[in-house]
Design a protein around this ligand. Structure first.
Ligand SMILES: [Zn+2]
Length: 260
């Protein structure tokens, strides 16, 4: 039984960034975030091993993919880090489940700390088949194409609600309640680790309750940019997007992996 724990850095307890930029623009918050993301991933791994996991791969995927404090992870874990063109390049049909640590709500969500979809400075929202989607849905669809379900998420209350709406039956832990893009009421960062460990263990035991996630094909992708010149650029022939309005472009793709 093999698992991938996908780790972003915005969703852990007490991570709220600061106004006017991404998490990376707030050095003290980034430093705390990468440590807490490491601790939360490690807690989830302990739960998976307690449930009989034979391999747990921790995928460090915030920004350039080199964030976590690797030697503080449970040493039974393997680690995938750095930059690769494919999301979840290490995951194949032999895996039993995908877990989300530190992910955040999609763009266009109220009171969700650091909510964005891939690029907080560039997009207002991304829709697939008419539904606004976030990074969890995209990664779950990549795993789902290999028959692997997304079985667990630990994040803020808005991201948890988003996960439940997309992946019925997923096991969740709420690390914090969002009050704004930059404010939250968090559980203590050490207390939440015990909750994550126990919940990840039951998520592994109950993994058959969650179906692999998929978007119906072809996928109709619509992106609303924050700037008109950014939408202009997307419509250059090399990129192949069609104009919907000044800020919005659309394109049809056959598989989720064609999104990038
Ligand atoms: Zn991130």
């Amino acid at each position: 039984m093999k698992y991938v724990i996908a780790v972003d850095c915005e969703g852990p307890a007490c991570v709220v960034g600061k106004p006017g930029g991404s998490l990376n623009d707030a050095p003290a918050q980034y430093e705390f975030a990468r440590r807490q993301a490491t601790a939360e991933a490690s807690a989830a791994a302990r739960g998976l091993f307690a449930a009989g996991a034979t391999q747990v791969i921790v995928w460090d995927n915030h920004g350039g993919g080199v964030n976590l404090v690797y030697d503080e992870l449970d040493e039974r874990c393997d680690i995938f880090n750095g930059v690769h063109a494919l999301r979840l390049a290490m995951l194949d049909e032999t895996f039993a489940g995908l877990l989300f640590i530190g992910y955040h709500a999609r763009d266009n969500t109220v009171a969700a700390p650091l909510a964005h979809t891939f690029n907080s400075g560039k997009y207002q929202w991304i829709k697939i088949n008419g539904r606004e989607i976030g990074e969890m849905a995209v990664d779950a669809a990549v795993a789902g194409a290999k028959g692997v379900p997304a079985i667990f998420v630990a994040s803020d209350d808005k991201a948890v609600a988003e996960a439940k709406a997309f992946f019925p039956g997923i096991t969740v832990v709420t690390t914090k309640v969002g009050y704004s893009w930059n404010a939250a009421l968090s559980k203590h960062p050490r207390r939440v680790l015990r909750e994550i460990e126990a919940a990840a263990q039951s998520a592994a035991t109950d993994r058959a309750k969650v179906k692999p996630f998929a978007f119906a094909s072809p996928l109709e992708v619509e992106i609303r940019h924050k700037r008109i010149d950014s939408a202009d650029e997307a419509c250059l022939p090399a990129y192949g997007w069609q104009r919907v309005d000044a800020y919005t472009v659309k394109r049809s793709i056959n598989a989720i992996t064609d999104l990038f």
